[in-house]
Each structure stands twice: as structure tokens, then as C-alpha cells.
Design a protein around this ligand. Structure first.
Ligand SMILES: *Cc1c(COP(=O)(O)O)cnc(C)c1O
Length: 688
């Protein structure tokens, strides 16, 4: 694949070292270097640096390096920096395998659908920074999650471009003889073969399982085609590959694991594979093995919405685990009991979340409010104290600082703060010197970031000429799940026009997000926004940007002045995009749900609606929240943003920005989150 031997410069030979460690995904310098080497290749490959090294582009790369010695010098410098980063030894601590159905690390590896995946990616990056001994386990989807394109009528369409693993920053895992590692799981009619790709995420390996190769029946090759793409039967097959296949892959690769972490219930079958291993190794009963396995398992629940939980027909479990039961001499009821609220209820469907809760030493929800909601949601499991799992803890999500902070703001902080803020963003004292930043400097960076966002929006929509970069800009970008109520603000269009097109205080709202391909309600919301976007009365003040991904997310969270969130309380488990925005000096305006319920104070942002209110029906709840949103924007946000002093500075706004950065950046960092997982979950489950 790489034929770099044809080059003579050591610098060119060092390029693959930089390219194949995804550490570049959180190192702006390295990404800028890739861009400098071949700007068009970088742009057209969706920021995939492997493209610089393959096919005819390799000659271009070699030419560029031959022409420009400063590029060669920069490669060496970046290589040294990477080696230094990698040379710090990992902690002596329990070794963790982190299983997740999706990982969002960078735009060229689109194997995530939203917050869950991006959180998993941030978890790996922060674990790498902290030197935790952790490996990731997921699936390599050949068509990833879809790319969104809107039709002539604003209806979402889905495209599935093929991903070629050979031209991505992945390497096929091989054995000592250089042969690809390959093993099979016994499915009812035939074995399904699995091979493993490795992505290197700083110091952390991420293993991605794959069934799409010629040894498999065409039907089975489809198992790893699409993230959340198929029906329930496809879903259970994917989860068997992830859970059972993942455990086997780690054994075959000789990865010693002390703690298995199930990030959401999708990975629950790993518990059954662990039980099988223990039963066969020790010749013990299913019950004894389950108890032993349980002590090394931890689980994170990410949803408050019952529709977000996987349930499988007992017949499907019987079908796929028949052979497993036979092999171990157990009854299918032994398994089914683990996934039912009432073990005796033999008709209930099998819940992956209940399996994971029952099989985990410790479990956690992803915000303090979500912890309460989860304990209520699963209260049935806690009625009988003799079989109740440990109470669910609350470990609030966080975001990976280096991934999400804008380079311009980071440079400004470098001038004011102790350099330790980059290594330990979780320490509040590292952010305190933000108080000493001048309003001038802070405002200047905010204007730069907004202008960059608006210029990107102009390019994407061919409307560069009509978009004023100095207008108060509100962002709303996330999955278009209906409970997130993206179109809440459209309830009273006349009122909205008045607020957004007020000549003294104009406001712009930028939207982005994908609806799940089968979520017609979510697609309706996109279409409603698209219609408003075409309504001349709004004069470009409402804009929907198609094809949301982590790149567009970066533009938006870095450039918007305000981050809006209007979920139906208490359905938002945590939410993380608002943390990313705050890290860049945006202010949050949100329903008191998820993380905002614990973060909010009037000094750092706005609370929309009433925590305590009770509603007779969904309609009145929605209209009250819509009105509260209008009031907040019209009477609080816009006046404060446009209140300028004689130097043209919004002093009070900037005071809030400082407060918000100061409190949110450390407390809602992935560095803090990973530390808590380490202390509260991994350390305990790792004790033997
Ligand atoms: C952060 C992020 C999300 C999560 O957004 P929420 O507000 O938590 O729902 C979803 N998608 C992408 C691409 C992100 O970067």
C-alpha cells in the first residue's frame, strides 16, 4: 500500500508515522501540516491524511516535500512531538476494554451517529492523554452512518458512500506470521468470520471488527455494513459480533483485560461471552461464572427514552444462542432471566440494558439528573433487594478539550494561562487566569471565530454575499430525535420573524443535524426548518446546514455566540454539544435538562422554562417552552449582546463568557470524566 521507499528523504518516511496515529485529530498543527502538503487532497478526502500517501497523490506529496524544505522540517518536528507524547508510560492500573457500537473520532471515519459516538471518541482521547491502560472495541461499518442530502422539497435523503478500510488510517491486525487474524462465531446456519482493524488513538488502540470479506456468505458480509442500519434481526447480529466477537478478538490478540466497560447496552453480549470463557476454563456452573464475571464488568447507560433501548424477542435469543446453551449445558431461560425485569415473566422481551445492569459490578448514568431518572426507569430491578444491582451512579459527561477548542482561542489562553491547562484541563485553578484576559482580546477572538463560521456557511450555501458576520448567531445542532424538539421555535412564526429580523438587534439561527433514516418525525422537523429557511420574511435568519458531522460541529460550536437546546425534560440524558460551545466562549440557553440542569447559574447562561411545572398534555408543555424560548432570546439574550460601551464592547456579555468558560471548561472536560470512571468504576471492578 505504501511505497515510500521510492523517496529518499527521511521526512517522507516519517509521514506514515504521523498519519497512522489519530493523535493528529486533536493536534491542529499536524492537521495544518497535512493541509499544507496537499490542500485539495486534504479537502476532497474529508480530511483523510492516508490520501496523501496513496495512488497518484503520493507523487504529489513527494513533489511537495521535495520543493519545500520547511514541510520536511515540520514533519520531523511533529514526529518528535508525537513520539514525546507516546513515550509517557501508561499508569499501572486495571486494564480496561471499552466496548461501544459507535466511535466519533474524526470526519474521515464516520462510524458514529451522534453524541454517544462522539463521547466514546472523546473517552479514548482523554484516556490516552491521562495514560490509562485502555483499549477500545467497536465495529468497522463499511458504509458508516449515512451522509445527509436534502431533496428539492427539503426531505432528508440518505447516501451511503463506501469506506475502503485500506485507504483509511486503519491497519489490519495480523498474527506473528503476518497473517491477518481471523476467527469465527457459530451462528445458527453457518460460522460468521471476523477480522479486526486497528486504529491507533494516541496511546490507545481501537479494535474494529469486520465481517465484510469473501470468506463470509454475502448476507453475513452485510452485518458490518451500516451503523443502526437494519431491522431488529440485523441489530442482534451486530451486537453478537460486537459483544461476543469483541471478547474473543481480545483473547486471540493476547490483550490482558481486567475490566470490561459496556458503553450503552449494545455491547451487553460481552457478558455472556465472558461467562462462557469462565465456565469452560473453570468447569463451574453458569451461576458461579456469572457472579465471577460480574465483578469485572461496568456499564454506562445513555438514554432516558425507552425507545432508545434495545429489546429482542425471546425467540431471537433462542435462535442465536441455541448452540451457546447446548455447548454450556444450560437452558435458554438462564440467559433470558438476565434481561428481564421480572425473571419469572417468560413472555417479556429481552432488554440489553437490563442484561448490562444485572451483569455489572457498577453502573452509571451520564448526568446527575439522568442518574435520578435512570433509578426511576429501572426501579423494577430494585424491588427485590436480594437480586437488585448496585444503585446507578451519576458521572456527568465531558468533552475532550483539545479536540473541541478553537486554535485561535487556545493561543490566546496560552498567553494568559499556565501551560498545564492543556495537560490538565480538569483542574479549575488552571483556568482562573481567564479573569485577566482583556475584553478587547476576548471579543476579538469571538469575532474571528464567528466570521470563520459565517464564511464557511456562505461557502456551503453559496450565499457569502448576504451573510453579515457581526449578527448575534445562535446554534442548534444535534441528532434530530423528536424529543430534542428542534423545531420548537417555529410554533409562532410571526413572533419569530419579529425577533430575528429586528433591525436594531438582528438574530440568526443556524441548524444542523440528521434524523435516523426510519424516523419520519425527525425528518418532518428538518423539512419544517427548511421551509422557513426559504420564507423571504426571514431574510436568511434561519439556516439549515445539511450533512452534520464532527467537522461541521467544530465550526458551529466554535463560532456561535449562543448554543440553544430545547429538549423535552427530562429526556436528554446529558447532551455534550453545549459543553463544546461553552469551551469556545459561547453562552448556553437551554431547558434545564441533562448536564445543564446541574451546570446552570444565572452568571453563566440562561435557563429556558420551568423545572417544576407540571403539564396536562404535550401540546401545552411545548407551547409554554416555545414562549419561554422567545422571551429569553428577545428580552435577555439579544439586548445583552447588542449592549455596547463607547469602545464598542459588550462588557456584560463578555463577563458572562468569562464566567461560563471558567466554570464549564474544567468541570465538563473529558479529562475530569475519565478520572471519575477510573476512580469510581475501573479501580473497583479491577480488584480481584
Ligand atoms: C457533540 C456532538 C453531538 C452531541 O450533541 P448533543 O447536543 O449532545 O446531542 C452530536 N453530533 C456531533 C457530530 C457532535 O459533535
Amino acid at each position: 500500500m505504501l511505497t515510500l521507499d521510492q523517496t529518499t528523504t527521511t521526512a517522507t518516511c516519517d509521514l506514515p508515522e504521523l498519519v497512522f496515529n489519530l493523535r493528529w485529530a486533536w493536534n491542529t498543527e499536524t492537521m495544518r501540516l497535512f493541509e499544507r502538503i496537499a490542500p485539495e487532497v486534504w479537502a476532497s478526502s474529508r480530511h483523510n491524511p492516508v490520501a496523501l500517501l496513496t495512488g497518484p497523490q503520493l507523487d504529489q506529496t513527494i513533489d511537495a516535500l521535495a520543493r519545500d524544505p520547511s514541510l520536511r522540517w515540520a514533519i520531523e518536528q511533529q514526529r518528535d512531538e508525537l513520539r514525546k507524547y507516546l513515550s509517557v508510560p501508561t499508569e499501572r492500573a486495571p486494564r480496561v476494554a471499552y466496548f461501544s457500537a459507535e466511535f466519533g473520532l474524526c470526519e474521515c471515519l464516520p462510524i458514529y451517529s451522534g453524541g454517544l459516538g462522539v463521547l466514546a471518541g472523546d473517552h479514548l482521547k482523554a484516556a490516552s492523554d491521562a495514560g490509562l491502560p485502555l483499549v477500545g472495541v467497536g465495529l468497522f461499518y463499511h458504509q458508516g452512518y449515512f451522509r445527509q442530502a436534502l431533496g428539492w422539497d427539503g426531505r432528508q435523503g440518505e447516501e451511503y458512500p463506501l469506506l475502503d478500510p485500506e485507504s483509511l488510517p486503519l491497519e489490519l491486525v495480523r498474527d506473528a506470521d503476518g497473517e491477518p487474524i481471523q476467527f469465527s462465531l457459530d451462528f445458527p446456519q453457518r460460522p460468521v468470520w471476523i477480522r479486526v482493524w486497528r486504529a491507533q488513538v494516541g496511546r490507545i488502540p481501537l479494535f474494529l471488527l469486520d465481517t465484510d470479506f469473501p470468506d463470509n456468505d454475502p448476507v453475513d458480509r452485510q452485518i458490518t455494513a451500516r451503523l443502526y442500519g437494519g431491522d431488529n434481526d440485523m441489530r442482534i447480529r451486530q451486537e453478537i459480533i460486537l459483544g461476543r466477537g469483541g471478547v474473543q478478538a481480545l483473547q486471540i490478540m493476547g490483550e490482558p483485560i481486567d475490566v470490561y466497560h459496556m458503553n450503552e447496552g449494545h455491547a451487553g453480549f460481552l457478558a455472556l461471552e465472558r461467562i462462557r470463557t469462565v465456565m469452560q476454563r473453570q468447569g463451574c456452573s453458569f451461576k458461579v461464572a456469572a457472579e465471577q464475571v460480574r465483578s469485572g464488568l461496568v456499564f454506562t447507560t445513555h438514554t432516558s427514552v425507552p425507545a432508545g433501548i434495545d429489546y429482542f424477542d425471546p425467540a431471537a435469543l433462542q435462535w442465536y444462542f441455541g448452540q451457546y446453551c447446548q455447548e454450556l449445558g444450560i437452558d435458554i431461560q438462564d440467559i433470558l432471566q438476565l434481561g428481564r425485569e421480572k425473571p419469572s415473566d417468560t413472555t417479556a422481551w429481552f432488554s440489553m440494558a437490563i442484561l448490562a445492569l444485572r451483569m455489572s459490578r457498577r453502573s452509571n448514568a451520564v448526568s446527575q439528573l439522568h442518574q435520578k431518572v435512570s433509578m426511576k426507569l429501572w426501579s423494577g430491578l430494585y424491588i427485590d433487594p436480594t437480586s437488585a444491582p448496585e444503585p446507578i451512579r451519576g458521572i456527568t459527561n465531558g468533552v475532550h478539550t483539545a479536540t473541541w477548542i478553537a486554535p485561535e482561542l487556545a493561543s490566546l489562553l496560552d498567553r494568559a494561562l499556565d501551560p498545564d491547562w492543556r495537560i490538565h484541563p480538569e483542574r479549575p485553578e488552571n483556568w482562573r487566569a481567564i479573569r485577566s484576559l482583556s475584553d478587547q482580546d476576548l471579543w476579538s477572538v469571538r469575532n474571528t471565530l464567528r466570521a470563520r463560521l459565517i464564511s464557511e456557511v456562505g461557502d456551503r450555501l453559496n450565499r457569502a454575499d448576504v451573510l453579515d458576520p457581526d449578527i448575534l448567531t445562535i446554534g442548534f445542532a444535534r441528532r434530530f430525535a423528536t424529543y430534542k424538539r428542534a423545531a420548537l421555535i417555529l410554533q409562532d412564526l410571526d413572533r419569530l420573524v419579529g425577533i430575528l429580523t429586528n433591525p436594531d438587534r438582528p438574530v440568526r439561527i443556524l441548524y444542523a443535524g440528521k434524523a435516523h433514516p426510519r424516523d419520519e418525525g425527525g425528518k418532518d422537523l428538518i423539512q419544517a426548518l427548511w421551509r422557513v429557511m426559504g420564507d423571504w420574511r426571514f431574510n436568511n435568519s434561519v439556516i439549515f446546514l445539511p450533512d452534520y458531522d464532527v467537522e461541521l460541529a467544530r465550526f458551529l460550536v466554535q463560532g456561535c455566540d449562543v448554543w440553544l437546546n430545547t429538549p423535552l425534560r427530562p429526556h436528554e440524558a446529558s447532551g455534550t454539544s453545549g459543553m463544546k460551545a461553552a469551551l469556545n466562549g459561547a453562552l448556553n440557553a437551554s431547558i434545564l435538562d441533562g448536564w445543564w440542569d446541574e451546570a446552570y447559574t444565572p452568571a453563566i447562561g440562561w435557563a429556558i422554562g420551568d423545572r417544576a411545572a407540571e403539564w396536562a398534555d404535550r401540546g401545552s408543555h411545548d407551547s409554554a417552552d416555545a414562549i419561554a424560548t422567545y422571551e429569553t432570546i428577545e428580552h435577555q439574550i439579544a439586548p445583552l449582546f447588542y449592549q455596547r460601551d463607547s469602545d464598542g464592547l459588550p462588557r456584560e456579555w463578555l463577563a458572562m463568557v468569562r464566567n461560563s468558560l471558567l466554570t464549564i471548561a474544567p468541570a465538563f472536560s473529558a479529562a475530569r470524566m475519565v478520572r471519575q470512571y477510573r476512580n469510581e468504576l475501573y479501580a473497583v471492578a479491577g480488584q480481584r
